[in-house]
Design a protein around this ligand. Structure first.
Ligand code: PGA
Length: 254
């Protein structure tokens, strides 16, 4: 069974509650028109409650941008997976490159994914190389290192609740999208890592592409082999840009 395509909007540090509520309502309308596609939005923590209300009864999943590795404790300023579950979140980004750049280590990403699973949240594990790493021919080595740490303590049956996102750091927020061929090559490497570690179960997780996805390139990226969805930053902040990305998923022919 193949999972439906997932179109995910990472709102990053944007949107006050009132604008978040309006955008969420527009995303819900877009999602309703495309029943074969899964849609998720990742607002800032402070807008979760408003977005949860706006999404009530819709098909859109409520996501969070990160969670701490501990369930509770003396961690000022952090938010835990049980808190996110309590706030109605069902999916959480783990290891977004902007979090890694702010100090999240490979090992910590694995612990955060474990924390998400403990609270019955779906981790969306983000990996990807920098431009310097790509230019040095290290892309596959970086993906292998990030994958190994993120999935160190994951058992094959847990893959039902996990997806990945390949987000080359050089493509995030730069307007420089990976070509479908470049994305496909990285997705193939990640799929080989999944199947190498988990066997047939490794075919389950979706691998999303992220990095300067726009309405104009979404369809060609989705047409590339093993692109299971898209993780959209900038273009997810405007319903007029996000809706055509959701609509660029082809309805299944069978
Ligand atoms: P972008 O961000 O679409 O603005 O490049 C993608 C992401 O960081 O998830």
């Amino acid at each position: 069974v193949t999972r439906p395509r997932l179109i995910a909007g990472n709102w990053k540090m944007h949107m006050l509650a009132a604008e978040a509520r309006r955008l969420a309502a527009d995303v819900a309308t877009a999602a309703a028109a495309r029943p074969s596609v899964q849609v998720a939005v990742f607002p800032a923590y402070t807008a979760l409650a408003a977005v949860r209300e706006a999404l009530a009864g819709s098909r859109v999943f409520l996501g969070a941008q990160a969670c701490h590795e501990a369930d509770h404790g003396a961690h000022t300023g952090e938010v835990s997976a049980p808190m996110l579950a309590d706030a109605g979140v069902s999916i959480v980004l783990c290891g977004h490159s902007e979090r890694r750049a702010a100090g999240e280590s490979d090992a910590s990403v694995g612990k955060r994914a474990r924390a998400a699973l403990r609270s019955r949240l779906r981790p969306l594990v983000c990996v990807g190389e920098t431009l310097a790493e790509r230019d040095a021919g290290q892309t596959d080595a970086v993906l292998a290192r990030q994958f190994a740490a993120a999935f160190a303590d994951v058992a094959a049956p847990e893959l039902d609740a996990i997806d990945l996102a390949y987000e080359p750091v050089w493509a995030i927020g730069t307007g420089r999208t990976a070509t479908p061929e470049t994305a496909a090559a990285a997705h193939a490497s990640l799929r080989a890592l999944l199947v190498g570690k988990f066997g047939a179960a490794g075919r389950g997780p979706r691998i999303l592409y992220g990095g300067s996805v726009k309405a104009g390139n979404a369809a060609e990226l989705l047409a590339a082999p093993d692109v299971g969805g898209l993780l959209v930053g900038g273009a997810s902040l405007d319903a007029a840009q996000f809706r055509p990305i959701v609509e660029s998923v082809q309805e299944p022919s069978t």
